[in-house]
Design a protein around this ligand. Structure first.
Ligand code: ATP
Length: 234
């Protein structure tokens, strides 16, 4: 579904990604693991064209997306949930959700999708007319994931959903994410929390200083000494 080939990136003269190769197959949950500053967000920002690709190529369902703008990429079916729960603080929960239905097709079907995301995260229905900034951190994370779903993506890229959340809330959110493939949504999950991510992922990649240093199935990675030591703390 997604094929990243020899992707390199830099901020100014400082290189950040070095020849990254990564594949996501339809129906998978793929984890992109790595510590602070490894380059995970930069990979996602290159896919969504938030950051233009300079070297390498990325294809999605057979289409080269290297030179497409972000809005075209959303229309093709890729949505990105940014790190750090970037909500529209002055808008209500419902208004935030509707902002996600940003393609003509998604807008037409917004009522149906709204019901669907509120069934996944019932708190969003309860708080629908409240200002989004009044929600807790965990509820805001649910809101931004639901807002991404409002665009009806085929591939959802979620950046560090566990950041700053309690284990209980993380489990609730991860239990929802794991249902996405059954609903036709493939997931690319960027995470520092390898244990959580690999529990729901089919496969994963480990990014260190902009290099993919390891890849494999969740079982392989969970039993790998580097992953255990550096990312699980065992
Ligand atoms: P984190 O989990 O901390 O968000 P990450 O793996 O997502 O880390 P990136 O955010 O992609 O990593 O950052 C990779 C490197 O690029 C880091 O060294 C970071 O400081 C640097 N970087 C990120 N954004 C910029 C920017 N806008 N300008 C300059 N350097 C940047």
């Amino acid at each position: 579904m997604l094929n990243i080939n020899d992707l390199s990136a830099a901020y100014g003269v400082i290189p950040v990604l070095h020849g990254v190769n990564l594949e996501v197959h339809q129906g998978e949950i793929v984890a992109l693991l790595g510590g602070n500053g490894a380059g995970k967000t930069t990979v996602l920002n290159n896919i969504s064209a938030v950051m233009p690709i300079k070297t390498g190529s990325i294809s999605f369902m057979g289409t080269e997306i290297k030179n497409l703008s972000s809005d075209k990429i959303v229309q093709l079916g890729i949505s990105q949930i940014p790190e750090g729960r970037k909500i529209f603080t002055y808008l209500t929960v419902k208004e935030n959700l509707l902002m996600g239905a940003c393609t003509p097709r998604a807008w037409k079907q917004r009522k149906k999708t709204l019901d669907k995301v509120c069934a996944l995260f019932p708190i969003l229905k309860e708080r629908s007319s409240q200002r989004a900034s009044l929600m807790s951190g965990g509820e805001q994370q649910m809101l931004v994931i639901a807002r991404g779903l409002m665009a009806q993506p085929k591939l959802l890229m979620i950046d560090e959903p566990s950041l700053g959340l309690s284990p209980l809330i993380m489990s609730q959110i991860y239990n929802v994410i794991r249902t996405f493939p059954a609903d036709g949504i493939t997931v690319l999950l960027s995470e520092q929390n390898a244990l959580y991510a690999l529990e729901i992922a089919d496969r994963g990649y480990v990014l260190q200083d902009g290099h993919i240093v390891l890849e494999g199935t969740n079982d392989f990675l969970l039993n790998n000494e580097l992953v255990k030591k550096a990312y699980i703390g065992m």
